[in-house]
Design a protein around this ligand. Structure first.
Ligand SMILES: *[C@@H]1O[C@H](CO)[C@@H](O)[C@H](O)[C@H]1NC(C)=O
Ligand SMILES: *[C@@H]1O[C@H](CO)[C@@H](O)[C@H](O)[C@H]1NC(C)=O
Length: 543
């Protein structure tokens, strides 16, 4: 502890001064950058040779197989085409470095990484993508196989390579029991330095939230443009606010007393450093509107000072929307298959607010709604969720059944536990409305699936479902927002009493809205932003 304290008391001022670097010091830093660049020159040559020989071998094998490759077919922009603004930079043949020390983890963050690399490979077929990773136990073949198995993403093997970092332990939270935020950020500086000794890329992109690594890059190599894809701010304005008395969350009110004061100062200082760091990044993308607004309020003012003019853009991560759109029809014909059914797909967890949805539905049913579009059918609420391995969830289902009984809607409510995917698709074909009761959900993949299936959504007036998903398309709504049980009930009524034309039109808008979350929607926006990086690189390299 004592050691760490001393270490930090040196590092904090060092870090701050690094950010407010005087000219002479900056010159020294650039010298260091140049020497790193020189020493990685040989490795760069070797890497490019390897890319060339692997490409030849790959081509030869493909001629042998003579079968069409997936890689040629998917993706939005055929290789070698010009972009809208006419800049023919498709020939660009530089090296894009992706900083993703945990690349084999197989989570949502990795899906973004691989989808991003695939899009980049297609857009710039002559460029090379390298991933800086700490996963020593897996080689390229094993990683690429996992990418295919886990995410169904086919990368082009010759132009992707992996460089192995040896200092990954520095960024583990366990390495920094105290001052974890700052510690991990310092750790990421060490890790980034490790990366640069392996190879200095032409463009450097972080996809894991290590903003400090990007700042280091921009100090060492001013001609290397940097990009960040931010899933979550390292420190959020909510966190800072929570220290105030009356705040919410685990740190609520701990801002008082000496300890609290110290903690507050530490967070404020960290936030300041983080904001400075964020202002060095050339192109910033976030995974949601929520993250965008936090990053904007932290980095925005500092970015203006440093005249970083690129907008902080929302680039939604890809979701498997196509699986739904292929299986569910949205047309005049398919309207006949749908009934006045309201679908709620969610785990049986308290925060999903099933109780309130049952109450809202009861009040809707008891109001004896007149549904001209469904003359012979009674409305139904279908709750689909998993209770696998959870005694608590099973108990909640039991309690919800009791509640449905008490509310006199037992005949109108169907519980389906652990439904297999085909059964879920069947209900997406039959239902008319999709509901979500959770408050402040960060995103809501389930709601995207409703939209893909053409369901009219009724969701809480908060979080991702409000800001990102159930938004207007062509200036018209794709669903309804509600807060209280009454408003939900009203939402059901509105959704089920639209005229046939308006119903179909809203379903089609909902499906269009879901397209933003497809692989293709992601690739288009990713490339729009990466094109800025390539343009910057070409401009800076020509100086
Ligand atoms: C963005 O990333 C955060 C952190 O991983 C996650 O909680 C959130 O759901 C993501 N948002 C989207 C739109 O995927
Ligand atoms: C929906 O969100 C509002 C805040 O916008 C919250 O007050 C309310 O309790 C939420 N309702 C449900 C059913 O979660």
């Amino acid at each position: 502890m004592g050691f760490i304290f001393i270490l930090l008391s040196f590092l904090v001022p060092a870090l701050v001064s690094l950010l407010l670097l005087p000219k002479t010091l900056r010159f020294g830093v650039e010298l260091l950058g140049n020497s790193l660049r020189r020493s990685s020159r040989t490795r760069r040559g070797l890497l490019l040779d390897r890319v060339a020989s692997e490409t030849r071998r790959y081509e030869a094998q493909r001629k042998g197989r003579k079968e069409d490759d997936d890689w040629e077919q998917i993706g939005s922009i055929p290789p070698g085409t010009e972009v809208e603004d006419g800049t023919a930079d498709s020939e660009w043949d530089g090296i894009v470095g992706f900083f993703h020390p945990f690349c084999n983890a197989g989570g949502g963050g990795e899906r973004v990484l691989w989808a991003a690399i695939r899009a980049t490979q297609k857009r710039w077929p002559k460029a090379t993508c390298v991933v800086y990773t700490g996963d020593h136990d897996v080689d390229k073949v094993a990683i690429l196989k996992r990418v295919t198995d886990r995410f169904n993403i086919q990368l082009h093997p010759p132009t992707i390579h992996f460089l192995y970092l040896t200092t990954r332990d520095w960024v583990l939270a366990s390495a920094w029991p105290h001052f974890t935020l700052l510690g991990q950020s310092i750790g990421s500086l060490v890790l980034a330095y490790d990366a640069f000794t392996l190879l200095v890329p032409d463009i450097f992109i972080d996809t894991m939230g290590y903003a400090f690594a990007l700042a280091l890059s921009s100090f060492l190599f001013p001609t290397v443009p940097t990009g960040a894809y931010v899933h979550y701010p390292t420190i959020s304005t909510d966190m800072l606010d929570s220290l105030q008395a009356g705040g919410q969350g685990i740190n609520a009110g701990t801002g008082s007393g000496y300890r609290g004061l110290a903690k507050k100062r530490y967070w404020q200082l960290f936030a300041k450093v983080y904001c400075n760091v964020g202002s060095t990044i050339d192109v910033v993308m976030t995974n949601s509107t929520w993250t965008q607004s936090h990053i904007k309020s932290l980095w925005g003012p500092y970015r203006i000072k440093r005249s970083k003019t690129n907008e902080i853009d929302v680039v939604f991560p890809p979701v498997a929307v196509e699986e739904v759109t292929e299986a569910v029809e949205v047309s005049e014909e398919s309207e006949k298959k749908r009934g006045p059914y309201i679908l709620y797909i969610a785990q049986f967890r308290p925060e999903k607010n099933h109780r309130l949805i049952l109450e809202a539905f009861a009040s809707f049913v008891h109001s004896k709604p007149n549904l001209p579009a469904y003359p012979d059918e009674t409305p139904k609420l279908v709750l689909i969720g998993s209770v696998r391995n959870s005694h608590d969830d099973a108990k909640r289902v039991y309690e919800l059944r009791l509640l449905a009984h008490e509310l006199h809607i037992r005949e109108n409510v169907e519980f389906i536990c652990d439904a297999p995917w085909p059964l879920m698709l069947e209900w997406m074909n039959k239902a008319s409305v999709g509901v979500n009761g959770m408050w402040n959900e960060h995103f809501g993949i389930g709601v995207v699936e409703y939209q893909a299936a053409g369901l009219i959504s009724v969701v809480n007036n908060s979080g991702g479902p409000k800001l990102d998903i159930v938004v207007e398309v062509d200036g018209k709504p794709t669903g309804f927002h509600a807060t209280t049980a009454e408003q939900y009930s009203e939402g059901f009524r509105k959704a089920l009493t639209l005229s046939p034309q308006n119903t179909l039109a809203m379903r089609q808008r909902a499906r269009k809205s879901a397209e933003r979350f497809t692989d293709r929607g992601f690739a288009d926006k990713w490339l729009k932003n990466t094109e800025k990086l390539v343009a910057l690189r070409i401009e800076r390299a020509s100086k």
